[in-house]
Write a protein that binds this ligand. Sequence first.
Ligand code: ADP
Length: 199
Amino acid sequence: MAENIHPIFDRILDRNQKEGFLNQRSKVLWFTGLSGSGKSTIAEFLEKKLFSEGYFIQLLDGDNIRTGICNNLTFSLEDRQENIRRISEVSKLFKEAGVICLNSFVSPTIDIRQMAKEIIGNEDFIEIFVNTPLEICEQRDVKGLYKKARAGEIKGFTGIDSPYEAPVNPDIEIKTEGQTVEESAIEVFNHILPLIKMD
Ligand code: ADP
């Protein structure tokens, strides 16, 4: 850390007070999975559900990150790592402010997610593996990206010509195949409720 930078975290209101104000425990819910697996759809459903139950949350995804704080990054392995590093630091700030973060990012490798976990903190990083087989994601092809990747128009696309390393021991695993969006989202909701509920 640079010599002249002095963190002031100990002089400002602490996280407990902010969590108390918001009547919730803050966590970072980290959705990982292939493109089209259902991360954003589940996170968006959950955002509405949690909000209606009185929780205060912030959703982070490619749309608000890649167009803003990470708009200078590509999809090379190095830049993907930097992307996740910045997202993790941003999530940590939200967490310290008592806010629950819903993050949906492919975050394809074990190393990348380990880095996120280290930045955010073991206790607060909740890994949610949205486990949808590649064939199903490719059939859904929500954004037409698989078609482009198969045609060679996109290089280094996760699942096609760039690896996806599944989590070994995720906190939550959701198998969306044959499930409705609501069923998948409620499954996550039931798992996380005890973690975010103020005692
Ligand atoms: P990702 O954010 O992982 O790239 P998206 O959420 O953008 O994926 O797309 C997932 C697609 O799969 C959506 O069109 C969604 O309606 C569909 N889908 C079908 N079943 C489910 C489910 N059980 N959970 C989540 N999405 C589902």
